[in-house]
Structures are given as structure tokens and as C-alpha cells.
Design a protein around this ligand. Structure first.
Ligand SMILES: [Zn+2]
Length: 217
């Protein structure tokens, strides 16, 4: 199955991507991982991407697309893949279509994770991370520590990362609305979009996604 996963920041996209890829036995291809892998292996594309990142610029679409192409041609992606973070705008979606066409394959579904904006902001802005170990994560409403500001696991101080501030979240949502959301209409025109609610327990959302993908077949 060849799937593109889209959803606003805070909709739990990364978590769902990992889980769905595992359930469907297809590789999870995320742009973040692609960049990291190419940079650490010092491929030509990795070096190119790094030169842009080091200069504080966005990596051009052509570079991202070339990395995605490489990855999709690996043997483990023959039966399918789940794309996460790519395409993130209409021109990337068009480039992906061209790429798939040259490979003689098509997408099966575009899974759209829907989350109300207020909820997304609350989810992210309420996140608190332990200074001693960033894997110790709490939420002021959904999983508060026993003592405010103190990590239950190790006693470290809890803080809000700059990335999680309400202002940053609103900016990221704005970018999502203007850049990424238009690809949903683009794929709707191809009859590929499957929309599910991304709120609720992680397991339930995964179940909902699998069910919706099955019915779409
Ligand atoms: Zn801790």
C-alpha cells in the first residue's frame, strides 16, 4: 500500500506514521529521517541539503524529491510505503505524481488526520519536558506530574521548549494552512483522500485509520 500521511502539527502524525507503517508492514519514510540518513552517510544529496541548512535556508524541493526517489526505490519499499512530511506543498505533490508515473506506480490513499485547531494548540502548548532527560514528557492537562514543575521519573525540572510555545505553534499552523492544506484538495480531485479524526487515545486513532484505509480499498 502506498500512502501519504498529512495532518497539522500536534495531530500525532509521527506517532501514527510509525504505528501504521508497522501494522501495514511498509517502511515509514519521513523527510526528517531522509535528511538525517543522507547527511550522516555524506551522500551528494546529503551534502547539498546540509549546505542549505547550514546557511539557514530551506532545502529546495528538488533535493527532497531526489532523496524520496532514492528511498522509494529501495527493495523494502517495493510493496509500498508511508510518506510522512512529504509532499508538504502542491508543487512537491505534483513532482511526486511525476515521479510515481515514471516508476509506473500510483498512490492508494492520502490519509488526512483532522484535529481542531484549539485542541492542537492546547496539546502542544501544554507539553512539559524534563531538563535532565527529554524522554520524560508530561502535559499540564492530560498527564500532569504529581508535583507541578517537577519530573515524576527523576525529579528534574520541567520546562516548556521554545518549539512548543503557543506563538510557535500558531506560526506552524499558519504554515500548514497555507502550504500543506492545499494538497488535500489536490488529492481530493484524484479521489484519494481518507479523513479521520486524530483526537483520542493513540490506539483508537490507529484503529480508526486502519479501518478507514481498509474500507477505501
Ligand atoms: Zn526526568
Amino acid at each position: 500500500m502506498r500512502i501519504v500521511l498529512v495532518g497539522p502539527p500536534g495531530a500525532g502524525k509521527g506517532t501514527q506514521a510509525t504505528r501504521l507503517a508497522e501494522k501495514l508492514s511498509i517502511p515509514h519514510i519521513s523527510t526528517g529521517d531522509l535528511f538525517r540518513a543522507n547527511i550522516s552517510r555524506q551522500t551528494d544529496l546529503g551534502k547539498l541539503a546540509k549546505s542549505y541548512m547550514d546557511a539557514g535556508n530551506l532545502v529546495p524541493d528538488e533535493v527532497t524529491i531526489a532523496m524520496a526517489k532514492d528511498r522509494m526505490e529501495q527493495p523494502d519499499a517495493e510493496a509500498g510505503f508511508l510518506l510522512d512530511g512529504f509532499p508538504r506543498n502542491v508543487s512537491q505533490a505534483e513532482a511526486l505524481d511525476e515521479l510515481l508515473e515514471t516508476e509506473g506506480i500510483t498512490l492508494d490513499a492520502v490519509l488526512d488526520l483532522e484535529a481542531p485547531e484549539a485542541e492542537v494548540v492546547k496539546r502542544i502548548a501544554g507539553r512539559r519536558v524534563c531538563r535532565k532527560d527529554s524522554s520524560h514528557v508530561f502535559h499540564v492537562t492530560y498527564s500532569p506530574p504529581a508535583k507541578e514543575g517537577v519530573c515524576d521519573v527523576c525529579g528534574g525540572e520541567l520546562y516548556q521548549r521554545d518549539d512548543d510555545s503557543e506563538e510557535t505553534v500558531r506560526t506552524r499552523l499558519e504554515v500548514y494552512h497555507t502550504q500543506t492544506e492545499p494538497i488535500i484538495d489536490y488529492y481530493k480531485a484524484q479521489g484519494l483522500v481518507v479523513t479521520i479524526g486524530a483526537m483520542g487515545p493513540v490506539d483508537e486513532v490507529t484503529g480508526r485509520a486502519l479501518e478507514a484505509l481498509k474500507q477505501d480499498q
